[in-house]
Design a protein around this ligand. Structure first.
Ligand SMILES: [Zn+2]
Length: 408
């Protein structure tokens, strides 16, 4: 058992710990700052060269092949959801740290074998809990999100991501001084498939599609007492109707899609004023992109009809479509072979959740490796992965990274 890994996970779980055993470490808060400081210290302790870029992505460079400009990047994220667990993201960063250390030791013992450098990354705002959209740092790095736009994202209080990163001293100036060759990420599954199948390692070949629709319902403020019922234009009532319709539609479709309406804001949010403006964040996920688009269209048409009698208007604030994507097939084959050589069972699967690996896959071949999540719990303090399963993931990651830095 890698007690170092388990001790590190326990130490990071104390940063932003919640009384129920979970973790709340929102992006660019003092808790995130504390976790970043601790990671920086762990990197420096292992003689990794620390760089922080303009969106706060942290890089720890192991210069295994100083004559090479190329780097294999391994990483994940330290930020969490408000009801986060102890493994989501942080496991990939800490296992990455130890895997980099192990590969560096092996490279020192076998001089001339490493053909390129190895970099540990902590990506800023993977979760998208405080600042939307999610996958911010990795998207900037991949070149699919402009730095200025990312720094200007605002939280619920109107503070920008740039200001928040500055406030915790994590707005850097140094780009990674190496050319990325490929990316590898280790993560807890966050679903129950591996546990149900009794398989130790998940080799992610691609992702489900998602359509994220955020709708603003506009009514009119009025007194909740004297205003006649027929004269009210209640945006919250319209939103409630839309939410119920959303779930009915998914169930009736029989498509196997996953759907949610998980966030709502109400204005003015006073018990004595009929709500005049309500925003709801809806989501559709399915293995087929066309299905998420079709479900969204059916939903929008249905909502317009359903709320018309309420005198409430709808505005589409966000209509984000994430297609399916295939991760690096070569990386998947390498992970399968590494697991097999270590005597571990492995299976190919798709990810339903978003990950930095998916954002980075736009710039470089990216791989994603899963270990089982007990009961599939995630984004909850109940999130748990057996220590032995965490060790197996670390072993596979280390082997994959070694092959990645040494292969032709
Ligand atoms: Zn995560």
């Amino acid at each position: 058992m890698s007690s170092v890994l388990h001790d590190l996970i326990a130490a990071f779980a104390r940063i932003g710990a919640t009384p129920d055993g979970g973790v709340c470490r929102l992006t660019a808060t003092p808790e995130d700052g504390a976790a970043r400081s601790r990671l920086a210290a762990e990197m420096v302790h292992r003689r990794l060269g620390l760089h922080v870029d303009a969106i706060g992505n942290m890089f720890g460079i192991a210069a295994l092949a100083p004559s090479s400009r190329e780097a294999v990047i391994v990483g994940s994220h330290l930020d969490s959801q408000p009801t986060g667990g102890r493994y989501d993201g942080v496991y990939g960063v800490l296992a990455g740290l130890l895997a980099v250390e192990a590969v560096a030791l092996r490279a020192a013992a076998e001089p001339g074998k490493a053909r390129r450098n190895l970099v540990l990354a902590n990506w800023t705002n993977e979760e998208g809990a405080r600042f939307q959209p999610s996958l911010t740092g990795s998207s900037v790095f991949a070149g699919t999100l402009a730095l200025d736009a990312a720094l200007a994202l605002t939280d619920g209080e109107g503070q920008t991501l740039g200001e928040a990163l500055g406030a915790i001293g994590c707005r850097g100036t140094e780009d990674l001084p190496l050319e990325p060759r490929c990316y590898v990420e280790l993560h807890v599954e966050q679903g129950a498939l591996l546990e149900e199948e009794g398989v130790e390692i998940g080799v992610v070949t691609g992702c489900w599609a998602a359509r994220k629709l955020s709708l603003i319902f506009r009514g009119e403020p009025s007194h909740t007492g004297p205003t006649r019922m027929a004269r009210r234009r209640d945006a919250l009532r319209a939103a409630a109707r839309a939410i119920e319709l959303h779930y009915q539609l998914i169930e009736a479709s029989g498509s196997g899609a996953h759907a949610s309406a998980a966030r709502i804001t109400v204005y003015p949010n006073s018990p004595n004023v009929t709500p005049s403006q309500v925003q709801v964040w809806f989501e559709f996920r399915h293995e087929e992109a066309a299905m998420t688009v079709a479900l969204g269209e059916r939903f929008l048409a249905g909502v317009r009809t359903a709320i018309e009698p309420l005198g409430v208007d709808i505005e589409i604030a966000v209509d984000e479509r994430r297609g399916t994507a295939a991760l690096d097939p070569q990386g998947a084959a390498l992970t399968l072979a590494s697991a097999r050589d270590l005597g571990l069972s492995a299976m190919e699967m798709k990810t339903i959740a978003g990950h930095d690996a998916l954002a980075l896959n736009r710039r470089m071949p990216a791989s994603l490796i899963f270990v089982p999540s007990h009961n599939g719990f995630s984004h909850t303090p109940a999130e748990f992965t057996e220590p032995a399963a965490l060790d197996k993931g670390l072993a596979v990651l280390t082997e994959v990274l070694w092959r990645r830095v040494t292969d032709e």
